[in-house]
Design a protein. Structure first.
Length: 518
């Protein structure tokens, strides 16, 4: 794949083919492909003017905005490695990632000035390469003296395509995306231009859409799902993407009707918030032909609730290290309830035993992935990169099995499994049963030390809005559905569960909370 080609050509090509078509509508403001390409070109030329070279790293911290895409695509055109940062991180966490990737330039939005100023003296960023970006929210701090204004600096650059002496190649790194650290520091997954193209091809085959489609998603762009599974494929496909600065369930439902959305993407917990808002029942959803979701365990009740409203959810499975691995074919949603679908066209998935041997249908083991959609490795971590692969296949760290038809079923994260009385317990298996209860909106189980059994489970139960449920109800619901040793020894009812920015349950936070009460 080492051909001279880069992801920035996606927007260049679209601007040439359909310059006046809307590439996106951000907070109700239309942006054409020509305008977005010119913004990306200006940013690329700004990088060149400031001495940024191919392979240098740029960190970007902001809510969803047009400038996010301009910077991402501008970096791609000149080979600067784009490093999106999770805006929910606190100072020390940001400091680690910025130092780890050795960033020379930073773009930050006004809302995060405090966090950046706190750690600025400990960063590798060049003194003249801080770029301040004014957001859409009023009342936030003005530009500090040590940073340049994004729009003044970038806007002064010419809008034509940058001239590149050292062409970007498909195997060159496009981005570094940091994975959530369950234990130890997060790792930076290196994603190449070529890998990103193949992910785009895979998503295009999944959605079956066309350039007339309107795509609606409110995932954060700093996450691989937002930038690589929604935004980049949408741009490559010539569709119009509806984008908001952040997620609001009422607004999401209203935008389906307002913009006659055709392809709708939301993670499982987001869908629960959207349903709970009640707004989905008040809007016209007839324009939607594709509904994609996933990101975590999805209870059967959610599929059924969406289906009643004419929305047939295609669940998928992927990781930062290898996005868009599977998706459920529309015709098999109800027939294969519980599965995350079949492997995509550009990835080979298989199940490995403890010594790496291939397992038969129905046998639980680690999910392995191979193909052009797999990451290049972890940034500056050769040993962890080596550990992440087995004979050329990515070790996903997820446990699962495949049935006779090749449909994949996720059992749990390998590191979340615990042993009770010598038996393996996979929390996701029990969580799936718990969330089938009509009064339970969500549930999370963690393994904790136990003097008698070695380890046992603690279940955190989030009741449905307005519903009351007792511990006795929960235990009765589990009877006969899972083996007794899998039943959690302790049950706690909560009003909310700690979530990541992509709406996954933060089990590490639950373990910390439980430990405090001991």
């Amino acid at each position: 794949m080492d051909a001279p080609w880069d992801v920035g050509r996606i927007i260049s090509k679209r601007a040439g083919l359909m310059p006046d078509k809307l590439a996106l509508i951000f907070e109700d403001r239309p942006v054409t492909f020509r305008e977005l390409n010119e913004g990306a070109n200006r940013f690329a030329r700004f990088l060149q003017a400031r001495g940024m070279e191919k392979g240098d790293r740029l960190v970007f911290i902001a809510l969803n905005c047009v400038e996010f895409l301009e910077a991402y695509l501008g970096c791609a055109k000149v080979g600067v490695v784009f490093v999106p940062l999770n805006w929910r991180l606190v100072g020390p966490e940001l400091e680690f990632q910025i130092n780890d990737c050795g960033a020379r330039m930073m773009v930050f939005q006004d809302a995060f000035l405090g966090s950046v100023d706190l750690i600025r003296g400990h960063l590798p960023v060049d003194e003249d390469k801080y770029l301040y970006l004014k957001g859409i929210m009023p009342g936030l701090p003005e530009r500090p003296s040590w940073a340049k204004d994004y729009h003044e600096a970038v806007g002064a650059m010419p809008p034509d395509e940058p001239v590149v002496e050292d062409p970007v190649r498909m195997d060159d790194p496009l981005a570094i995306v940091y994975t959530s650290g369950v234990t130890g520091n997060p790792k930076g997954a290196v994603l190449s231009h070529g890998q990103t193209y193949f992910k785009n091809f895979q998503v295009a085959l999944y959605s079956g859409g066309n350039s007339d489609d309107v795509v609606l998603a409110q995932l954060p762009l700093f996450h691989s799902g937002g930038i690589f599974i929604v935004a980049t494929p949408s741009l490559m496909g010539g569709t119009t993407m509806i984008m908001r600065a952040g997620f609001d369930p009422n607004q999401f439902a209203e935008d389906i009707q307002k913009y006659r959305a055709n392809v709708v993407f939301a993670l499982t917990t987001m869908w629960r918030f959207i349903l709970d808002s009640g707004k989905l029942d008040q809007v016209d959803k007839s324009s939607v032909h594709t509904v994609v979701g996933g990101g975590e365990r999805t209870p059967p009740s959610l599929f059924k609730e969406l289906s009643k409203r004419g929305l047939n959810l295609q669940q998928g499975f992927g990781q930062t290290e290898c996005s868009a691995m599977t998706v459920m074919p529309k015709e098999d949603i109800l027939r294969k309830m519980g599965s995350v679908g079949k492997p995509g066209f550009f990835v080979h998935l298989w199940i490995a035993g403890v010594t790496g041997e291939p397992l038969q249908s129905g046998e639980i083991g680690e999910i392995m992935a191979r193909g052009p959609t797999v990451m290049s490795g972890y940034w500056n971590l050769p040993q962890k990169t080596e550990d992440a692969f087995f004979n050329g296949s990515l070790r996903t760290g997820d446990l699962g099995y495949m049935d006779e038809e090749g449909f994949l079923y996720i059992v749990d994260r390998a590191k979340e499994m615990y042993r009770s009385g010598g038996e393996n317990v996979y929390p996701a298996e029990v969580e799936k049963v718990l969330t089938s209860h009509p009064k339970i909106a969500n549930a999370a189980i963690i393994g904790v030390p136990d003097d008698k059994w070695g380890e046992t489970g603690v279940a955190f139960i989030l009741p449905m809005l307005g519903q009351k449920i007792s511990e006795e109800d929960v235990r009765e619901h589990l009877q006969g559905k899972v083996a007794r040793f899998k039943h959690p020894a302790h049950i706690r009812f909560v009003t909310e569960l700690p979530l990541t920015a992509t709406m996954k349950i933060r089990k590490a936070a639950l373990k910390e909370e439980y430990a405090k009460d001991l």
